[in-house]
Each structure stands twice: as structure tokens, then as C-alpha cells.
Design a protein around this ligand. Structure first.
Ligand code: MG
Length: 384
């Protein structure tokens, strides 16, 4: 299996309304709606006091006020929200630099292996909630799980002021009783289609045969089934620079067809290579992700003596990893992914001389440039 991770999803409860209350306690307990008041105004944030009336964010304000006539509407103070948002993210970054900001009031944190610093994960989460309450006068809900997907569902489920951990291996059981709409990516239309198939819960979706589901929902269906089981190994996209670039695909049918697998690897490697070059980076290692039909998932890495950015080398290294993996176990494959990691700046011409950071596709032109600059005898192609 892939290495176990601990992801926190942290989300402030009814952020805009809570922010207004943090500076004006008289608003506490009032039926508060933040949003546009004009003819086509929309609800930006519904306080918990108006939610029992059916008021939700993104709803036209006119409808919200029909549902809850006495509500107090405020236009919102976005400078205040921005300031609180910055302070909120700074608190999270006190615990780990691996924070992926999703919106003003919501972020993922990769807390893998931080117990030595902060104690058990639930204690760290309680500390974070406590700081948010004391320093910002806001409440946050935190979901803890092995993936972004499950941690987000867990924090949403426990709002407001919630804290819940989904233990490793317990994802599918946790999701099973929930209605399909709880799964991010399943909107009203998809839920309706699933309902026609008799699929109302995530447990039913997880157990549904792939073929019929694909006929109704398209190729997207296979991924939905995996997600309904709580399978999500998407990486956090961290602020600033990407730490890795990867691409993966889930097959319509599990397969042992070697030629097909190799063709897939080549396609994924080229996609990754293109993104790597567009980012202006080189990579020191290549990874292969492979999921078998029984959902066992392996990630294999190969770190290279030189950094690369050419498709040919990425394909070659990924093929080698595929070969080694299938030699150990040649079972039907469900998913393949290729990634590049340990991203580095392209070597300067000088550092190239001592660390041999070269890319196969660019080698000749780089050698030419160095010869131009340092003279014909300054470099020669060494033995690999
Ligand atoms: Mg929120």
C-alpha cells in the first residue's frame, strides 16, 4: 500500500458571519446573513441561525428573505475577512509548512509524522481549534484522515466546531451510510442519475458493478466508485512551488495487456515531461504508481544521479519501474500514474561542470554553449 498520510482539513464555520461577530459581539445569536442587498444580490454566508429556515450560500437574497423574513443582512467587510484569513493561515503554518489553501477559510494540512512535535493528531487539532478561538474569536471544524477527500467530508460532517478522525482503513465504512451527494463532485444531476439506478448511499455506489455504472455515467464512473470507497491519493498542492508533478489514469477495465500498459506509461510520462518543462524545472527522481485490481496500491521511485527534463528519460525510467513491479506481481492493473519529484532549478552552466546535471535532450546544445564560453576542451562527454 501507499505510505500512510495524515491530512487535516480545517474549515472555519460560517466564516463571514463569524468574522462580523468577532468584531461586534452584539451580532452573536442574531439571524445574520452576509451578502448582496441589491435586486440580484446573493447570499455569501448564512449564519447557523438562518440555516433552519433553509437559507444557504449562493441563494438569491430575495429568496433568503422570503424564507427568513426577520433576518439581518450585512453587505460584508472584505478587508476584515482578508485580515482574518491571513492570520488563520499563519496559525496553520505554525504546525507545518505543508498547507494547501483552498479558499479564504479552508485549507488542507499534511500532518504526516508530526506527532513527535505536537503529540497525537487529535491533540494538535484541538490546539489549532483553540488558537483560532482565542486569537481570532472564530470556530473551526477539523477532519483528520489519510486523504484530502475523506478529511474534507469528515470536517463538513461535524460542523460547527467539530473534530473527527477517520482511522486508516475505516474510510469505506465511514462513508457507506452517507447519501451520494456528500461526495465532492456528485451534484444534483449525478445524484439523480444514480438514484434511478437505485444508488442512494456511498456504500451502494462503492458496491455497484462498474459496467452498468459506466453505461449510465460515462468513464467518470470508475473513479466515482473508488472515491465512494474513500480512495484518494491526490497530493496536496503546496503554496509556491510544486514539489512534484504527476499524472495518472484509471482504466475502463483492469488489464494485464503489457503493450497497453507501456503505451499508457509513455503517454503519462510525456504529459508530465511537458508540465515539468513548462514549470522550468528539472527532476531528480521519477515515480510510478500502480494499483492492482484488488486495490493494492504501490508507488515506486527511482532517484537518478543526474536531473532530467526530457520525455525519453522519464519514459525509460518509468518503464523500468513498471517492469520491476510487474516482475514481482503480474496481476490485472487498475490504475497507472507517472510522476517526477525532487524538482530542481535547471543547472547553471558552471554547476553542470561539477555535478553533471544534464538532460539527454538538451545535452548537445548545453555542451555547445559551454564550449563557446570556455573553449573547445573544457568538457567532453563522459562515460554516462
Ligand atoms: Mg467555511
Amino acid at each position: 500500500m501507499a505510505a500512510e498520510r495524515t491530512i487535516f482539513h480545517v474549515d472555519i464555520d460560517a466564516f463571514f458571519a463569524a468574522a462580523e461577530r468577532s468584531v461586534d459581539p452584539d451580532l452573536i445569536g442574531k439571524r445574520l446573513i452576509i451578502g448582496g442587498t441589491g435586486g440580484r444580490g446573493v447570499v455569501a454566508c448564512a449564519s447557523y441561525e438562518v440555516r433552519p429556515f433553509g437559507v444557504r450560500s449562493a441563494m438569491p437574497m430575495s429568496r433568503a428573505l422570503r424564507l427568513c423574513p426577520g433576518a439581518l443582512v450585512m453587505r460584508g467587510n472584505f478587508d476584515l475577512y482578508r485580515k482574518l484569513s491571513r492570520e488563520f493561515m499563519a496559525i496553520l503554518r505554525d504546525y507545518t509548512p505543508d498547507v494547501q489553501v483552498m479558499s479564504v477559510d479552508e485549507a488542507y494540512m499534511d500532518m504526516t509524522g508530526t506527532e513527535g512535535l505536537y503529540g497525537p493528531h487529535e491533540k494538535a487539532a484541538a490546539d489549532i481549534k483553540d488558537r483560532v478561538r482565542r486569537e481570532l474569536k472564530l470556530t473551526a471544524s477539523i477532519g483528520i484522515a489519510g486523504s484530502r477527500l475523506v478529511s474534507k467530508i469528515a470536517s463538513d460532517e461535524r460542523k460547527p466546531d467539530g473534530l473527527f478522525t477517520v482511522p486508516p482503513g475505516g474510510e469505506a465504512d465511514y462513508l457507506a451510510p452517507m447519501p451520494v451527494r456528500k461526495l465532492p463532485g456528485i451534484g444534483p444531476r449525478a445524484a439523480e442519475k444514480l438514484g434511478r439506478l437505485g444508488v442512494r448511499t456511498l456504500g451502494q455506489l462503492a458496491a455497484f458493478p462498474e459496467g452498468p455504472l459506466r453505461r449510465e455515467m460515462g468513464n467518470h464512473a470508475v473513479r466515482l466508485i473508488d472515491r465512494a470507497k474513500g480512495i484518494d491519493d491526490s497530493e496536496l498542492t503546496l503554496d509556491g512551488e510544486a514539489k512534484s508533478i504527476s499524472s495518472e489514469t484509471t482504466f475502463h477495465e483492469d488489464t494485464t495487456d503489457r503493450a497497453f500498459l507501456e503505451k499508457t506509461i509513455a503517454g503519462l510520462a510525456e504529459k508530465v515531461g511537458r508540465r515539468l518543462r513548462r514549470a522550468g524545472k528539472h527532476a531528480r527522481s521519477v515515480s510510478l504508481k500502480l494499483r492492482y485490481d484488488d486495490f493494492t496500491t504501490l508507488t515506486r521511485h527511482n532517484t537518478l544521479p543526474v536531473s532530467i527534463d526530457g520525455d525519453a528519460r522519464i519514459v525509460e525510467v518509468a518503464m523500468g519501474l513498471l517492469d520491476a513491479t510487474l516482475r514481482q506481481r503480474n496481476a490485472p492493473v487498475r490504475l497507472l500514474g507517472v510522476g517526477v519529484e525532487n524538482l530542481t532549478e535547471p543547472a547553471s552552466q558552471l554547476s553542470m561542470l561539477d555535478t553533471a546535471v544534464v538532460d539527454d535532450s538538451a545535452l548537445s546544445s548545453t555542451l555547445d554553449r559551454i564550449r563557446d564560453r570556455f573553449g573547445e576542451d573544457s568538457v567532453s562527454r563522459g562515460p554516462g
